[in-house]
Design a protein around this ligand. Structure first.
Ligand code: GN1
Ligand code: MG
Length: 358
């Protein structure tokens, strides 16, 4: 606790801090809210620098993106700009982060009267689609180069290679488990089909754009009426296929179960959520989306549960070094749940195509 107060003191007057409390349930960073006069006023975050190894690039990316959006909103005369885009505080060092004992920290404003959800209605999914589409649209003319903060982040060929390396090394002996072997087999069977995006990219047919790359439903702030205030968790903003943003949202929002649901019967793919999200997303991206990108959106909705299963399984085989876990087989349970969701999404592929075409 004292450590947290000391860190926060680099960004704000420590005398004003009432309390510092845990916030959210991200799998990568540690997040806290800083209470002032009994209300949350700031967000303090420890950046996981095992995942984000170049914190300087990370913060430059985020500053470039948030400043660009801020300027656009201001020129459009939007008056609650500070509720519609994240704002990071400068520390006494002049940077938007501090390093202490090899730990990296940053502070941003807490957006008052905002809500996050783990599940949404079709109406909210429509607003979310529109917001992620708008987010990409706002960044199409960003001139500052944005670095690829995690190389190969949403490159499925790279993720499959990491899985194969993990299988070959079998560091902690998980490959003894028949269930793990079976998942590896099932993943291999679908690999060719799932790598189509990377092949089209090499053929020069698919562009990369600045995308959010973590469009989980809990990475948006809504106001009390269900309108989206802003998109949060900007760490993974980087050049990627639009599939990243289109595919990851239904992975969480259209899943009728939890990402780590133990009961696979809970997991279905909710087409009403998909349909509403797709409508909003297509509206937000109408100015730039190419016919090929549009045609492949349903594929993206199947790619993301598949890729997440690959990533969870890889981490399980590697001995759980990447994702935070709450129990020993958590990453295996997550793999089962993502695989079930992948199968459910595949079963709706034709229906998803029909929706995009209509
Ligand atoms: C991580 O930090 P969080 O929970 O928003 C991960 C995403 C995964 C997600 C799975 C940098 O996001 O890519 O899809 O967990 N972020 C990173 O829940 O790996
Ligand atoms: Mg998050």
């Amino acid at each position: 606790m004292n450590e947290l107060f000391a860190i926060a003191g680099h960004f704000i007057d420590p005398k004003t801090i009432g309390n510092i409390e845990p916030l959210g349930n991200g799998l990568i960073n540690d997040t806290y809210r800083i209470m002032v006069d009994g209300r949350p006023k700031y967000v303090l975050q420890r950046i996981n620098n095992a995942v984000f190894t170049d914190v300087d690039m990370l913060q430059s990316n985020i500053e470039a993106v948030t400043n660009h959006i801020k300027e656009k909103y201001e020129s459009q005369g939007i008056n609650d700009v500070y509720r519609r885009v994240l704002h990071f505080l400068k520390a006494d060092t002049g940077n938007t982060y501090v390093v202490e004992n090899e730990k990296y920290w940053r502070v941003m404003d807490f957006i008052a009267d905002s809500y996050t959800y783990e599940a949404v209605t079709p109406e909210y999914a429509y607003f979310a689609g529109r917001s992620f589409g708008d987010f990409e649209s706002l960044l199409t003319d960003l001139e500052t180069p944005i670095g690829e903060i995690i190389p190969g982040f949403h490159n499925i060929e790279f993720r499959l290679k990491q899985l194969e390396e993990a299988v070959a090394e079998d560091k902690v002996g998980q490959m003894r488990e028949v269930e793990v072997q079976k998942f590896v087999e099932k993943i291999r069977e679908k690999a060719d089909e799932m790598c189509i995006g990377e092949r089209l990219y090499r053929e020069g047919k698919l562009p990369k754009r600045i995308c959010h790359c973590d469009t989980k439903v809990n990475n948006m702030l809504f106001d009390k009426d269900g309108q989206v205030l802003c998109v949060i968790d900007l760490d993974t903003v980087m050049p990627s296929f639009v599939f990243s943003d289109f595919g990851d949202f239904p992975r969480s929002a259209a899943n009728t179960g939890a990402e780590d649901d133990n009961n696979l019967d809970n997991i279905q793919f909710n087409m009403d959520i998909y349909k509403a999200f797709a409508k909003g997303y297509l509206e937000g991206t109408v100015s730039f989306l190419t016919p090929l990108e549009k045609e492949l959106l349903p594929y993206a909705a199947t790619l993301f549960p598949y890729m997440q299963a690959v990533r969870f399984l890889t981490d399980y085989i590697n001995g759980n070094t990447y994702y935070k876990i709450n129990y020993a087989c958590h990453n295996l349970v997550r793999t089962r749940a993502q695989w079930k969701l992948f199968e459910e999404a595949m079963a709706h592929l034709e229906e998803m195509k029909a929706i995009i075409n209509s």
